[in-house]
Design a protein around this ligand. Structure first.
Ligand code: GLN
Length: 553
């Protein structure tokens, strides 16, 4: 039977609940248990799809096209399992479902209430993930105990233990143990208050994970154990770790997986832990010290979480090559002013990530051009591909003023446009392509070599496409459309040939969602490999390309 771990947080937000839950997931997986995860988000948006990245960070896209919380990215990277949209439920989605049921008459005229109807729906979302293939569901409850909107979730998870039995549920509470300089000691009072509050809602934690800058002494653990009524082995000290990928090992040293298994009555001898695979990742990270500088040209660079999966993918690629990727966060709007400066010249590689809206677009196009004309390895992701195509159309293909209709509805050359399902250009709407699509790669192309495959699947989240009307002129001008969507013939990958540029590759998809710490994504791996060549002075001299056909003609 499937068992459940509920992870709540207290004292402060941003303590790393998602990473703690993910790390526990990895440890249980290292014990041969089959783990899946779900995030319950108390906010009212139905999903984060429409939220501003400054509000919420990156929107993580699942295989089935769910637009979900960025913590799902951590879950996938740590437990190495592709999740689906049902691994994220918000208050908004739960209420929508309850209200739809009420309108349909499913409640047979009864008064619809938070308890039991909303709490039942929450429990149903969790229960749905249990199956014969899953030993443990880890449930992260977003927000902090004490928030008003978290109450139905706490009530639902309290009832859960009653529903499925004591041995099938473990409650883990994450808190902060601050160090007060004036007193010269670590303070447990915030943890006590937070646990008291949790108990006020009827939840007695089995495990308390204490975040702190310095390790927590045995004496302090005994104090927390006594005052919070948790076994002393259940008090886990979670020290700040050198990298997020060290956290599972830190928590294992503290006995986290042992205490969770005991709480869940899982026979530990039947599930010995094998950390060797993960240890290899951590060793690789420790040995990754060849510096390589990658410029990330985006508009939300003040909030690095907006590009979380891109950053992690770059890091993974670095681990593989023994490289320490340093990211230069470049504000797209400033690119015009930066070209010609040492800062741009020092880049070994560049990523132009996805995005929506007009702000910073000209800067991104300028960045694409700069990387193309200066032999700087560049990977364009989604909007990144689109700006590469616009640059190529304008500056090589002779299509002056070419643009995406997203940014210039009146452009003469809409090289990027809205398309309906039949590949007709449409005025409004357009179908949002979400989730996995198959693409066929051109044999002999850079992308085919990188993937070492002919048909590849990547996740999408965009409305605009390369306009098929401009495909031949662009190809005639030398751009290779190296991957084509299998069903409708949409352009999925573009690149320049090796004789012209070491690595100038764009994808309409979001490969960053598929990279794993021990299995970097091929497109990022090759970007970092090419950037390292540049960083270490090994790039062969390449002939300059004629970048201004317009001026010549
Ligand atoms: N704004 C572009 C589109 O809708 C790109 C989206 C993205 O980068 N995710 O097609």
């Amino acid at each position: 039977m499937t068992k459940f771990v509920f992870v709540t947080g207290g004292v402060s937000s941003s303590l790393g609940k998602g990473l703690t839950a993910s790390s526990l997931g990895r440890l249980l997986k290292c014990r041969g248990l089959r783990v899946t995860m779900i995030k319950l988000d108390p906010y009212i948006n139905v999903d984060p799809g429409t939220m501003n990245p400054y509000e919420h960070g990156e929107v993580f896209v699942t295989e089935d096209g769910g637009e979900t919380d960025l913590d799902l990215g951590h879950y996938e990277r740590f437990i190495d399992r592709d999740l689906h949209r049902d691994s994220n439920a918000t208050t908004g989605s739960i209420y929508s479902q309850v209200i739809a049921k009420e309108r349909r008459g499913d409640y047979l005229g009864r008064t619809v209430q938070v308890i039991p109807h909303v709490t039942d729906e929450i429990k149903e979302r969790v229960r749905r993930l249990a199956s014969d293939d899953v030993d443990i569901v880890i449930v992260e409850v977003g927000g902090t105990v004490g928030d008003i909107e978290i109450l139905p979730f706490l009530e639902a998870i309290r009832q859960f233990r009653h529903d499925v039995g004591r041995d099938n549920v473990c409650y883990l509470h994450l808190t902060l143990v601050p160090f007060l300089g004036a007193a010269g000691e670590q303070k447990t009072k915030p943890t006590q208050h937070s646990v008291t509050q949790l108990r006020g809602y009827g939840i007695q934690p089995d495990v308390i994970v204490c975040r702190s800058a310095e390790s927590i002494s045995d004496g302090l653990k005994r104090k927390i154990s006594l005052l919070c009524d948790v076994a002393v082995e259940g008090v886990i000290s979670a020290l700040d770790a050198p990298s997020i990928y060290d956290i599972p090992l830190v928590l294992h040293d503290q006995g986290l997986d042992t205490v969770v298994c005991r709480t869940l009555a899982i026979d530990e001898s039947a599930h010995p832990v094998d950390l060797s695979g993960w240890q290899r990742v951590v060793d690789q990270i420790a040995g990754a010290n060849r510096p390589v500088r990658i410029g990330l040209v985006g508009k939300y660079i003040n909030l690095p979480d907006a590009y979380l999966s891109v950053v992690e993918s770059l890091r993974h690629a670095g681990f593989d090559r023994g490289a320490r990727v340093e990211i230069d966060w470049i504000q797209a709007e400033e690119v015009g002013d930066l070209i010609g400066t040492a800062r741009m010249a020092q880049l070994d590689g560049m990523v132009i990530p996805g995005g929506f809206g007009e702000r910073g677009i000209e800067g991104k196009i300028a960045a694409a051009r700069f990387s193309r004309e200066n032999q700087i390895p560049c990977l364009g992701l989604c909007l990144g591909l689109q700006v590469m195509v616009i640059d190529y159309a304008r500056h090589v293909g002779g299509l002056e003023g070419a643009n995406s209709r997203e940014f210039d509805p009146a452009t003469r050359y809409p090289v990027i446009d809205l398309m309906d399902d039949q590949q007709n250009v449409v005025d409004k709407g357009g179908t949002m392509r979400l989730g996995n699509y198959a693409a066929r790669l051109q044999p002999g192309s850079k992308v085919a070599a990188a993937y070492d495959d002919e048909v590849v699947y990547e996740r999408h989240r965009h409305r605009y496409e390369v306009n098929p009307r401009f495909r031949s002129p662009l190809e005639e001008a030398g751009l290779i459309c190296s991957g084509i969507e299998a069903q409708r013939g949409l352009v999925e990958f573009v690149e320049l040939p090796g004789e012209v540029h070491p690595y100038w590759v764009g994808t309409q998809a979001h490969p960053e969602f598929k990279s794993r710490p021990d299995r970097p994504h091929p497109l990022f791996r090759e970007l970092v490999a090419a950037a390292l060549e540049r960083a270490e002075g090994r790039l062969p001299h390449l002939p300059d390309i004629d970048t201004d056909v317009t001026a010549a003609s």
